[in-house]
Design a protein around this ligand. Structure first.
Ligand SMILES: CC(=O)SCCNC(=O)CCNC(=O)[C@H](O)C(C)(C)COP(=O)(O)OP(=O)(O)OC[C@H]1O[C@@H](n2cnc3c(N)ncnc32)[C@H](O)[C@@H]1OP(=O)(O)O
Ligand SMILES: O=C([O-])CC(=O)C(=O)O
Length: 372
């Protein structure tokens, strides 16, 4: 048996959802650069689930379905109110809330394509509401009902703050959602596929995926980047900070990627938005510290920034709490998880690789009284 650490280079499935070829990312054949500049997040959701861009009517229909399903059960709100949220990471709360949500869906275990599509709509619609409800309840505020006529990006910002978001904020947030929506067989998507390949249900698949996204080597890196920027505090401290990290053989969060070699094509869009928004909010230092880190890391290690690096300063500039960065990633990525879950069901086979055993040789059972 041959083993590949971390399954590097292993092709584990076919998929028509998204591709990374020669450092170019496409969703169903559309280049991410094109989508980032032009598409609404709802169009991207439709694209990922149908592998074609929607017509006007189709877009109106999916927007209507998402808006109609955005409210969350009172039980989820009551659940959040029932414990001390200050000591809970929002990703843990989201993971639990999605699992809980499944208990209130009478179709949770109905295994036909139409029912699974309806669950996909419900999950995509409700995830943003769960995240903003959590964020408000932990501050002692009441959750806000999503509007029926707002885009998902605008509604998220509105239900988070209770204020009408600026068009600049909505445009930037929409673009961030588009850029995070899918990414071939990343760890959380793979987790979702492994889970539902047992013919488990959609809620289980998404709950499992949230657990995988939470880790700092994956989605959790965006929060870790902001922590690093705050620790550094000033552009003059960047070089010594990075050198100390390198000396201790520690990783710089928001850099490196398993698949990209020349760089993550999403990073440049987030960098552009970070520059614009940090200037607009009068806090250019977060962008300056970030670009200095990029300069030092790339010149000394040739490791380019990934999607999580500039999203941190960008979300910070939108006034978003730092521990909500990864839940926001989930609000977008659930679209990709759902596309992959539906694709897995279409042509399912159990995912069950092998392990190369490295434990003790055959042992003889020794009764407990005779063990030394
Ligand atoms: C949405 C996303 O999930 S994007 C990724 C988000 N994660 C991060 O930003 C965390 C920081 N980055 C990392 O930990 C890694 O680059 C990963 C997890 C993204 C990819 O990991 P892998 O493909 O397994 O690469 P691996 O960890 O084996 O690193 C290969 C080499 O590059 C180095 N390296 C990789 N990333 C970094 C980094 N961010 N900082 C410093 N060195 C790094 C490793 O130390 C290793 O060096 P060595 O060969 O001298 O020991
Ligand atoms: O693909 C990966 O390994 C991680 C990543 O960039 C993502 O999930 O967006």
């Amino acid at each position: 048996m041959t083993t590949t650490r971390g399954l590097e280079g292993v092709v584990a499935t076919t998929s028509s959802v998204s591709s990374i070829i020669d450092d170019t990312l496409t969703y169903a054949g559309y280049n991410i650069d094109d989508l980032a500049e032009n598409a609404s997040f709802e169009e991207v959701v439709y694209l990922l689930w149908h592998r074609k861009l929607p017509t006007k009517d189709q877009l109106a229909e999916i927007k209507k379905e998402l808006a109609e399903n955005a409210e969350i059960p009172q039980e989820v709100v009551d659940h959040f109110k029932s414990y001390d949220l200050k000591s809970v990471h929002p990703m843990a709360a989201l993971r639990t809330a999605v699992s809980l949500l499944g208990l209130f869906d009478s179709e949770a275990d109905v295994m036909d394509p139409e029912a699974n599509y309806r669950k996909a709509i419900r999950l995509q619609a409700k995830l943003p509401t769960i995240v903003s409800a959590f964020a408000r309840i932990r501050k002692g505020l009441e959750p806000i009902k999503p509007k029926s006529d707002a885009s998902l990006a605008a509604n998220f910002l509105y239900t988070l703050t209770g204020e009408e978001p600026s068009s600049v904020a909505v445009e930037a947030f929409n673009k961030a959602l588009v850029l995070h929506a899918d990414h071939e067989l990343n760890a959380s998507t793979f987790t979702a596929r492994v889970c539902v390949a047992t013919l488990s249900d959609v809620y289980s698949g998404v709950t499992a995926a949230i657990g995988a996204l939470k880790g700092p080597l994956h989605g959790g890196a965006n929060e870790a980047v902001m922590k690093m920027l705050k620790e550094i505090g000033d552009v003059d401290n960047v070089e010594s900070y990075v050198h100390e990290k390198f000396a201790r053989k520690e990783k710089i969060m928001g850099f490196g990627h398993r698949v990209y070699r020349q760089g993550d094509p999403r990073a440049k869009h987030l960098k552009e938005m970070s520059e614009k928004l940090t200037n607009l909010t009068g806090e250019p230092k977060w962008f300056e510290i970030s670009t200095k880190i990029e300069e030092v890391v790339t010149s000394e290690k040739s490791i380019p920034p990934n999607v999580d690096f500039y999203s941190a300063s960008m979300y910070h500039s939108l006034g978003i709490d730092h521990d909500l960065f990864t839940p926001i990633f989930a609000v977008s990525r659930v679209s990709g998880w759902l596309a992959h879950i539906l694709e897995q069901y279409e042509n399912n086979r159990l995912i069950r690789p092998r392990a190369d055993y490295t434990g003790p040789d055959m042992q003889k059972y020794v009764p407990i009284e005779q063990r030394g």
